[in-house]
Design a protein around this ligand. Structure first.
Ligand SMILES: Nc1ncnc2c1ncn2[C@@H]1O[C@H](COP(=O)(O)OP(=O)(O)OP(=O)(O)O)[C@@H](O)[C@H]1O
Length: 188
């Protein structure tokens, strides 16, 4: 069972994956046994298994994923109504022996409820200016960026906020988060 779950959220192109990678590298340098999982990957894996599809292709942004996108979203919503923790559970079950698990894409309050109720969890919000996000490829899409799947955690009070914008000292913030994670692993 993980000693610490780092549950990351943030708007599109805020840098969730980028910061996850930096946190993972910094923890690995300190000999911490750490894994990274994604809730949306867990959804895609289950959808692929049930429908006999190519999971690896569903992970890419190509036309294969686009063919199944709508159906996959609808299936995921129905599955979440029955069991809101389904994809969180299957994501973390795959790495249950790691001391630290970073969940790189929490989007809904039910995701945070799942992890905080079961594990010693550090909730981390990645913040970036809209300008920086746009430079990283963000474009507002109605129906996506104003939906619960993107805004569900906007008002959640996370334990830590990481400012990943131009002019912010990201590395110092990563160092602080890493110390906090290590202290949590020592308490459990
Ligand atoms: N501090 C940074 N310095 C340089 N490049 C960055 C920084 N933060 C993010 N990026 C780049 O911006 C792009 C988007 O970042 P990333 O994929 O981490 O965002 P995300 O929040 O995971 O996006 P999405 O919500 O679409 O999954 C990537 O190409 C990443 O390498």
């Amino acid at each position: 069972m993980p000693k610490c779950v780092v549950a990351i959220s943030g708007k599109r192109k805020s840098g969730k994956d980028y910061c996850t990678k930096l946190i993972k590298e910094a923890l690995t340098l300190k000999d911490v046994n750490v894994s990274v999982v994604g809730i949306s990957n867990s959804l895609k894996e289950q959808f692929a298994t049930i429908n006999g599809l190519n999971y690896a292709e569903l992970l890419t942004d190509g036309s294969y994923k686009e063919q199944f996108r709508k159906e996959m979203i609808e299936w995921g919503e129905k599955a979440r109504i029955k069991d809101s923790g389904l994809f969180c559970r299957s994501a973390i079950d795959s790495v249950i022996d790691s001391d630290v698990v970073i969940v790189s894409d929490c989007r809904r309050s039910t995701d945070y409820e799942f992890f905080t109720s079961k594990y010693s969890t550090l909730t981390v919000r990645i913040e970036a200016s809209e300008n920086d996000r746009k430079q990283r490829g963000f474009q507002f899409v109605a129906g996506i960026d104003d939906a619960v799947s993107e805004c569900g955690l906007d008002d959640y009070e996370c334990d830590l906020v990481l400012y990943n914008s131009t002019g912010k000292d990201l590395q110092t913030q990563i160092d602080i988060i890493v110390l906090k994670i290590i202290s949590l692993t020592k308490m459990n």
